[in-house]
Design a protein around this ligand. Structure first.
Ligand code: G3P
Ligand code: CA
Length: 254
């Protein structure tokens, strides 16, 4: 512990790559996940939707418009249609070979090597995506990956409840824009172990209270060096960020 650390008790934190290492590669692609694994992140955060033919794919938006060369809703497109799209050129021509990954491809490549934080972007498809997800993760555990390396989060408490009914062994987290009255958590009757909260709404008193109740706290989405320091001083457990704190160069995406 250096004297600097003694003067300023910055807490060590879990480094969570928001949609992969998006400072180096396009979000939610295999390239972004490989970069996160190889560059010192502890966790890869990724987002999932369901295709028309009921396969889970890794993409943030409900449509393909922003992050591919196609147009349309993910739910309206088959896997064959989705995987024809270029998911990297919008970011840089260097990534023109990137496709929208299937969740199974990500599990096959990364599960067990790094913690995966899978966000259910629930919509009308919630029961189907949750059932598929539970089955795929249980198979991954049967293949030898510890359940604690597969974490699930969502803004939608219903999706989390449905998931835990099918697969109770995985760490579950609620994503929130603002802190919640923690007493309310009991009414959900679901075993939530972590809370992912927008950094701008985190306070020391909330974090103390959350710790008292036994919750792990992740802050999202950290971009600037000052935000990293603020979150460490507050004592969050994990920082979901668009870059590594130590990197000098910055290319940030909100
Ligand atoms: O981890 C929480 C954060 O990812 C939620 O925001 O829109 O980037 O999925 P979004
Ligand atoms: Ca997310």
């Amino acid at each position: 512990c250096s004297s600097f650390q003694w003067l300023f008790p910055y807490k060590n934190y879990t480094k969570i790559a928001h949609r992969g290492d998006v400072a180096q590669a396009p979000e939610n692609t295999m390239a972004a996940f490989h970069s996160a694994l190889n560059n010192g992140f502890d966790v890869i955060e990724l987002d999932i939707h369901l295709s028309k033919d009921k396969k889970i794919v890794v993409i943030h938006d409900a449509s393909v418009n922003r992050t591919t060369n196609g147009e349309g809703l993910v739910n309206d497109m088959t896997i064959a249609e989705l995987q024809k799209l270029n998911a990297g050129s919008w970011y840089s021509q260097h990534f023109s070979e990137e496709k929208i990954p299937l969740l199974q491809e990500v599990l096959d490549e990364f599960a067990g090597k790094i913690v995966l934080l899978i966000e259910i972007k629930a919509g009308a498809e919630t029961p189907e995506i949750v059932e598929q997800l539970a089955n795929q993760l249980k198979q991954t555990v049967n293949a030898g990956v510890p359940a604690k390396m597969l974490q699930i989060q969502s803004f939608h408490i219903d999706a989390l409840k449905q998931f835990t009914e099918r697969a109770p062994d995985f760490p579950i987290g609620l994503v929130l824009s603002t802190p919640i009255n923690l007493i309310q958590m009991y009414s959900y009757k679901t075993e939530i172990s972590f809370l992912s909260i927008h950094y701008s709404n985190l306070t020391q008193s909330f974090i103390q209270q959350a710790k008292h109740y036994g919750y792990t706290i992740y802050a999202w989405t950290i971009v600037t060096p000052l935000q990293f320091k603020q979150m460490q001083l507050l004592g969050v457990d994990g920082i979901i960020s668009n870059n590594l704190e130590r990197r000098e160069e910055n290319r940030y995406f909100a």
